[in-house]
Design a protein around this ligand. Structure first.
Ligand code: EPU
Length: 438
């Protein structure tokens, strides 16, 4: 039976929400804790599905995970045992994070099973960069077992150049080489703030990692890592989501914990559309500065570009701008699957297959549905729609709150993968929630 939320649109969102550690960083900090026998304490851990999945997997491998205070996890991996295929089975297809456990498992057991991965359905999302990098570090990969298995006689440093600055592959290399024999040079690395946060925890644990110019990360393997206490960086995707909700509904939202440095690229675009923001020590307030919103052109990219995870709620806000906006998606092959539902609600958005010239794109010039043109302003009306993936799901919430009338958003639970306490947050922002069925 489907779970859903029913919302009545037309009211601006007004109030404050509090961020906790990011979905795309906290589960990886948890993986870092597997590299030592000493306790690692992580603060600001959100209650989201990816954290629950990792907690469950850790407990299966006899790693101690305790919530010592609300939102603070203590992880002790001293007694860790190798995960078996049945251990991995019930998380199969639900998260992409478990593949990052390969490095710690190879260090501890010279062997690691590769889980069948999940995550949002936004393109093929292969793991070939991970496999290639681990091979270069001295692991053999056997695909014959379902899901695959890595074996090694000991990982050793290497010079690795990623084909594309993949976030996950960069994290894989870092987590696999901090304890490897020798020095690793990683070229064409991703340099997202979440990766810097992971490096900061590892540095506290005793790792030696330097981030040089031009996407080069140098990791000098050390013999042993120790315990540390670290606060996960605030979720910058959630920040952008609420900022677009304020813009779209003509509201005013203070995002406590949001940091300007993480959001600079987003803030430039937000201002160009006609959004306003006030930065203070505790967070950022987002609102509509101009009465008439302006159309813009945006290309998603790896950091420091405009994140692919920011485009979906922005597209919804742009349905209220006066004129034609264009968004080019260059990171994922299939991240415009949510557009049809927005058109059903009255938006005028066209999806194009034409390649975007002169910009880096993960999938080159192949004909994917990689660009959209949004003709605004359009009046949105309520609809019955189904969430296809996490960020698209949030964009449907924004659309429903802008729309005239009532909307039912099915498969609403997908949003729990990345938005902590979403219903409570919507209530505190005075959204009109008619019904929630979990
Ligand atoms: N890719 C490959 N081969 C690989 C790995 C990646 O072809 O081995 C491709 C992907 O298919 C994609 C591109 O490279 O087209 C970028 O993927 P990347 O590895 O950078 O992404 P990820 O690590 O799988 C993380 C976030 C995503 C976010 C991307 C980009 C986590 C758990 N997920 O994914 O977050 O979109 O980086 O910033 O950290 C979300 O939060 O909604 C989300 C999807």
């Amino acid at each position: 039976m489907s779970n859903y939320i029913r919302l009545r649109g037309g009211k601006p969102l007004v109030g404050e929400i509090v961020l906790r550690g990011g979905k795309n960083v906290v589960p990886k900090l948890m993986v870092a804790a597997l590299l030592t026998d000493e306790p690692v304490i992580i603060r600001d851990v959100p209650k989201i599905e990816d954290v629950e999945i990792m907690t469950r997997l850790f407990k299966r491998s006899d790693v101690i995970v305790d919530e010592i205070r609300p939102g603070t996890l203590q992880i002790i991996a001293k007694g860790m045992k190798l995960l078996s295929r049945p251990d991995l089975e019930d998380v199969t297809g639900r998260s992409r994070i478990p593949i990052l456990m390969c490095g710690p498992m190879l260090h501890r057991f010279n062997r690691a099973l590769v889980p069948k991965l999940g995550g949002c359905n936004i393109g093929p999302r292969p793991v070939d960069f991970h496999v290639k990098a681990l091979r270069e570090l001295g692991a053999n990969y056997d695909e014959s077992e379902s899901g695959g298995v890595f074996k090694t006689k000991g990982l050793r440093g290497a010079i690795i150049t990623l084909e594309y600055p993949s976030v996950g592959a960069t994290e894989q290399v870092i987590l696999s080489t901090v304890l490897a024999d020798g020095v690793t040079e990683l070229h064409n690395a991703a340099v997202e703030p979440e990766i810097m946060d992971l490096i900061m925890l590892l540095q506290q644990m005793g790792a030696i990692i330097s981030v040089d110019m031009d996407r080069n990360i140098i990791i000098e393997g050390v013999e042993k890592l120790g315990g540390a206490v670290h606060t996960g960086m605030p979720d910058r995707n959630e920040t952008a989501s609420w900022a677009c909700a304020a813009l779209g509904t003509n509201g005013r939202i203070f995002v406590r914990g949001a940091r300007q440095l993480d959001m600079m690229t987003f803030l430039n675009k937000f201002r160009q559309v006609g959004g306003g923001f006030d930065v203070n020590r505790d967070g950022i307030t987002f609102y509509r500065e101009q009465e008439i919103l302006e159309p813009i052109t945006v290309e998603t990219d790896v950091h420091p570009g405009f994140m692919t995870d920011w485009q979906q709620p922005l597209v919804v806000a742009l349905t209220q701008a006066h004129g034609k906006s264009v968004i080019h998606e260059t990171v994922y092959e299939s991240r415009f699957g949510y557009i049809d539902a927005l058109n059903q609600m009255g938006a005028k958005i066209k999806v194009f297959e034409e390649s975007v010239k002169n910009i880096r794109s993960k999938f080159g010039k192949r004909n994917y549905r990689q660009s959209v043109m949004i003709q605004g302003p359009t009046e949105l009306h309520g609809a019955d729609i189904t969430v296809p993936d996490l960020r698209a799901g949030f964009s449907y919430i924004v659309a429903a709150l802008i729309a005239k009338g009532d909307s039912t958003i099915h498969d609403f639970s997908i949003l729990q993968r990345g938005y902590e306490h979403l219903v409570a947050k919507l209530q505190s922002l005075e959204a009109e929630i008619l019904e929630v069925k979990t």
